[in-house]
Design a protein around this ligand. Structure first.
Ligand SMILES: Cc1ncc(COP(=O)(O)O)c(C=O)c1O
Length: 397
């Protein structure tokens, strides 16, 4: 069978093989502790669900405008102004089927065959594939743990070429949890503006932020950078709405129009009912968000306490998202029951088989010295998982 070249270039998600094996073991009756999931374990707040039911009852069951209802785009504009100091009009907003879809649309309209897209590593796995699907070439820049995994202006400047078209930024970051400060973003913005490239700023974890860290959107740092930025955000992570599939992009009108035109020939509008729910999320009470963030903050303290107590495991204190990203390279070259571990991928496979603990190896994010643990799970699960992990690591020769 001959598939399109485009399809043959896509790599399957490296996280999926661990996930598939974890599910197989669970189906066979094993109690797996899963630190692999990238979604809140909370339910969508009640007032948001009620808004969806009410929307159905009043017949909001038809096509909406392609870029989203005016009501939702107005709610997004109000949110961006109130929380991010960003002034956009509804014509500069495109609502899509999740932030992932917003990122996809943005790359499809901004980059061409042969263009280079700078992706700081560790990166969220879909960036690479989406860049390739747009025909462009990902240029991966490995950031350093000493710099809190943040791209520096010098690292950015060093990889610029005449073919560079766009930089992807993700703050707070999946998988590292790092959060860029305003000063750090300002320094990157200067390089971006000077080079005349685009920024695709993925801010989906904006609300999940701790220790008094502050989320800053790079677009808010001045008109020169704003006109070359596409801000992507959504309701999935902040409001525990991953299944509703609502994300959005804010971009200069010409870019927003191109994204909407593209979307008009693929998914058309995102689900009408989910859009009504998103209006309630953005305009309604924010206490449920604060409650979830407080729960994540407590779990973060606990998992960090447990991880940093493990010999040889080095773990930074991430300021955002719901992941910790410890360096486990001290175990490389060592063995467990005669099985030698050479990478985080080996260690993740071993932890699943021997400890029934599922984690994602750093290879999925471009750096296989690390493991990603999601703490979007109960404290009891974290405790049990850490006990099992400690027991396996203690038995390494
Ligand atoms: C960094 C990052 N961006 C975007 C997304 C996609 O969010 P959504 O569920 O709204 O498509 C995720 C989800 O895992 C993510 O981790």
């Amino acid at each position: 069978m001959r598939l399109a070249r485009r399809a043959t270039k896509i790599s399957p998600s490296p996280t999926l093989s661990i996930d598939a094996r974890a599910k197989e073991l669970a189906a066979a009756g094993e109690k797996i502790i899963n630190f692999g999931v990238g979604e809140p374990d909370f339910d969508t707040p009640e007032h948001i669900k009620a808004a969806a039911i009410e929307a159905m009852a009043r017949g909001m069951t038809r096509y909406t405008p392609v870029p989203g209802t005016l009501e939702l785009r107005q709610a997004i504009c109000a949110k961006l102004l109130r929380e991010n100091g960003l002034s956009y009009s509804p014509g500069e907003i495109v609502v899509s089927c999740g932030a992932k879809h917003s990122l996809y649309n943005a790359l499809q309209v901004l980059v061409d065959e042969g263009d280079e897209v700078i992706v700081p590593a560790p990166y969220w796995v879909s960036y690479i594939e989406q860049v390739k699907l747009a025909g462009a070439e990902p240029v991966v820049v490995t950031t350093r743990p000493e710099n809190d995994f943040k791209l520096t202006p010098a690292e950015l400047a060093a990889v610029l070429t005449p073919r560079t078209r766009l930089l992807i930024l993700n703050s707070p970051s999946n998988p590292t949890g790092s959060v860029y400060t305003a000063a750090e973003l300002q320094a990157l913005a200067a390089v971006v503006v000077e080079a005349g490239i685009w920024v695709l700023s993925d801010e989906i974890y904006e609300k999940l932020i701790y220790d008094g860290a502050k989320h800053v959107s790079i677009a808010s740092l001045g008109p020169e950078v704003k006109v070359r930025t596409v801000v992507v955000n959504g309701v999935s992570k902040a409001y525990a709405m991953t299944g509703w599939r609502i994300g959005y992009a804010a971009a200069p009108a010409e870019v927003a129009k191109a994204m909407a035109d593209l979307q008009s020939h693929s998914t058309s509008n995102p689900t009408s009912i989910a859009q009504a729910a998103a209006v309630a999320a953005l305009n309604g009470p924010q206490e449920p968000v604060s409650a979830m963030v407080a729960a994540f903050a407590a779990r973060r303290e606990y998992i960090l306490e447990r991880l940093t107590a493990l010999p040889g495991v080095r773990c930074r204190r991430p300021a955002g998202a719901f992941y910790v990203f410890p360096d486990v390279s001290a175990y490389f070259g060592r063995s467990f029951k005669g099985r030698v571990v050479e990478s985080a991928t080996d260690l993740a496979a071993l932890l699943l088989e021997e400890a029934k603990v599922a984690v994602v190896p750093g290879a999925a994010f471009g750096d296989d010295r690390f493991l990603r643990f999601s703490y979007a799970t109960s404290r009891e699960n974290i405790a049990a998982g850490m006990d099992r992990l400690a027991a396996v690591l203690a038995s390494f020769a």
